[in-house]
Design a protein around this ligand. Structure first.
Ligand SMILES: C[S@@+](CC[C@H](N)C(=O)[O-])C[C@H]1O[C@@H](n2cnc3c(N)ncnc32)[C@H](O)[C@@H]1O
Length: 296
């Protein structure tokens, strides 16, 4: 039984023609002989069963028709080698897609999601962070110019590990998962912490560098924490060039983890900060081109 059928069996049970007009005790009251009454009841029961079977068959045929026409197209038709079955062909297509993705990611820069902040967050914030990580992962998998994505500080037994493990397919996500801090995995001179509080501004993403995004959801509680961490670790830091392209007014320069990730991905593909700000920074007005030139 497919999903549509399973669903409809339940619907049939609830919405079948059992309660159609005429199906009341009223009609039976007019019969006098018990025998006649019995056989009429039997006839009625039989014809009800027939009606019901016919109705069910019609509903099923209708559903088959609509599910055939409304199904989402699944990309190009599956190419199969002679003798190859559908399952093998699907597997081969998935492997080819993965290998293409890995190759594209290899040409990109490296982005670490610094998941070493668990103790600073409240349970609700951590839950939001898991959601944002999911968005980051999905955006990277869909990107034309993906990055080499790394999660740092995800220790077994931690709440972050538990939250991520609940996500579908997490075990096989295309991510380098480090239980150790990122400083132990990469040379210090290659690290650049992306933080709204940095003095320097990032101009483009160098594939030989490792850009760190703070895995923090804090609703502005933990001001300046990532800048302080970068200073303590003696690593470089840079902010995104928001103020160069956006009328900031009273807006905060601090973006969410997934918005920052989207900006990195978009810039890798477009090399155009103005366009990146237009597409990826929600609710802020991007300056007119002439204003950007005079501001610069
Ligand atoms: C919600 S912010 C966390 C703010 C936190 N109070 C802090 O000290 O960074 C999540 C992360 O996104 C990155 N981020 C946010 N806005 C940024 C900006 N304007 N420039 C560079 N990175 C930014 C930083 O890595 C930051 O840690």
């Amino acid at each position: 039984m497919d999903e549509a059928d399973a669903h409809s069996e339940a619907e049939d049970a609830a919405d079948g023609p059992d309660a159609e007009p005429g199906d009341s005790a009223e009609g039976d009251r007019e019969d006098n002989g018990a025998e006649a009454q019995g056989s009429r009841k039997e006839l009625k029961r039989k014809s009800k069963a027939e009606q019901r079977a016919e109705w069910k068959a019609q509903q099923k045929a209708k559903r088959r028709k609509t599910s055939k026409t409304s199904k989402r197209p699944k990309g190009p038709p599956l190419e199969r080698l002679p003798g190859e079955d559908v399952k093998q062909a699907r597997l081969a297509r998935k492997e080819a897609e993965l290998s293409d993705f890995r190759q594209r990611a290899q040409n990109g820069t490296t982005v670490v999601l610094d998941l070493e902040w668990e103790d600073s967050m409240q349970p609700k914030e951590l839950k939001s962070l898991i959601q944002q990580i999911l968005y980051c992962y999905g955006a990277n998998r869909r990107a034309t110019h993906p990055v080499r994505l790394v999660f740092s500080g995800v220790q077994e037994g931690s709440q972050t590990h538990a939250g991520l493990s609940k996500q579908s397919g997490y075990e096989s996500w295309e991510v380098q998962k480090l239980s150790a801090p990122y400083v132990e995995a990469f040379p210090k001179e290659s690290l650049v912490y992306l933080t709204a509080d940095a003095e320097a501004t990032v101009q483009s993403f160098d594939p030989s560098k490792v850009y760190v995004i703070g895995g923090i959801v804090d609703r502005n509680r933990l001001k300046g924490r990532t800048m302080q961490k970068a200073l303590d670790q003696g690593i470089a830091s840079a902010q995104l060039p928001l103020a160069e392209y956006i009328e900031m007014g009273s807006y905060s320069r601090v973006l969410t983890v997934n918005h920052v990730m989207n900006m990195v991905l978009d810039h890798q593909a477009s090399q155009d900060w103005r366009g990146v700000c237009e597409r990826c920074v929600p609710g802020r007005k991007v300056m007119a081109e002439a204003d950007v030139e005079s501001a610069g």
